[in-house]
Write a protein that binds this ligand. Sequence first.
Ligand SMILES: CC(C)(COP(=O)(O)OP(=O)(O)OC[C@H]1O[C@@H](n2cnc3c(N)ncnc32)[C@H](O)[C@@H]1OP(=O)(O)O)[C@@H](O)C(=O)NCCC(=O)NCCS
Length: 356
Amino acid sequence: MRYAAITGWGMSVPERVLTNADLEKMVDTSDEWILSRTGIRERRMVGPDDSTTSLSVAAATQALERSGITASDLDLIVVATCTPDQFLVSEACLVQAELGGTAAAFDLGAACAGFVYALSTATQFIQAGLYDRVLVIGADTLTRFVDYSDRSTCILFGDGAGAVVLEATNEPRGTLSTVLGAHGEGYKHLYIPGWGAFVPESAGIFPEYRPFLQMNGREVFRFAVTAMGDAAVEAVERAGLEFGDIDMLIPHQANLRIIDAAARRLDLSMDKVWVNLDKYGNTSAASIPIALFEAEQAGKIKDGDNLVFVAFGGGLAWAASVIRWGGVPKHSDQPHVSETPVDEAVATAIGAERSS
Ligand SMILES: CC(C)(COP(=O)(O)OP(=O)(O)OC[C@H]1O[C@@H](n2cnc3c(N)ncnc32)[C@H](O)[C@@H]1OP(=O)(O)O)[C@@H](O)C(=O)NCCC(=O)NCCS
């Protein structure tokens, strides 16, 4: 059986910090309201020279260094994003232009659930035997679409990118189970109208038009609490594990109350939940790989740990995976897949055929 172990990880956020105190000067809100309703203290915001590409490249460079491979070793690059710098070409090709190599490259859109969707997609390529090394990036710059006169949305979002390198292995590491889903009919609860090829005439389009993210916070909250909890529980069950086997929950960082509800569904105390939304807010597809990076850096994840990634977002989409951490030695020239079991199976089959 082939698995897709996470052998490298990296993150990048812009330098510019937007605190709750800054927002108090922009809209009718307060640090107390934001903190108590969301858990967010500050978020990072792209400056004029930052982009989804620059953040992605910085995170990917770290992930590649950690895994000990280079961009030319990659077979595939998948970027989960809903804020690509361009629609033609893909964000993945823009990233490859900076990193080098000739890997297959494409984007995947599942908003804030995008990283787990992309991880699952990349894992399928490895498990099918088509590819050995894949770079998966979750990156978004949603602050470029936030209306900073709308207090119900401008407090939530920040920018960033996170990346992981997946490599083939025989060890049961990486994604052990995945649950994906979407309720398309709810898309208007969280979307950016006019951000795409179709723009209704009623939008009154003109060249400097910049669409804003629109959200029905209460509906999204209601959806998120159910979807995150259900998906996380199902992922654990599909992995054949008990709640007690879970060492760390690494959830999408949108709202502390939503994270707390998901943790309770898995019967996990908060010391087994990685939370960093106080520093970054909701970084969309980047939030899970950024949280993973920081949890690992803090020494909270060890070889063989069972992690749960769970996310929800625009779509309305949800995604959860159980991940088994580590287990793969530092990179050698060959992917860490023993050819022996396959060779033996083939030899046995050929032998049986010949003797029949
Ligand atoms: C947005 C969210 C924080 C709002 O919290 P809430 O407890 O649901 O608050 P409500 O929307 O019920 O609003 C309560 C009141 O606070 C007000 N309010 C909204 N934003 C505010 C702000 N930034 N500061 C102060 N008051 C605010 C509302 O206007 C409302 O006032 P009213 O009762 O006079 O109408 C919460 O609904 C949420 O997190 N939803 C999920 C959003 C999300 O995660 N989106 C990204 C998905 S990937």
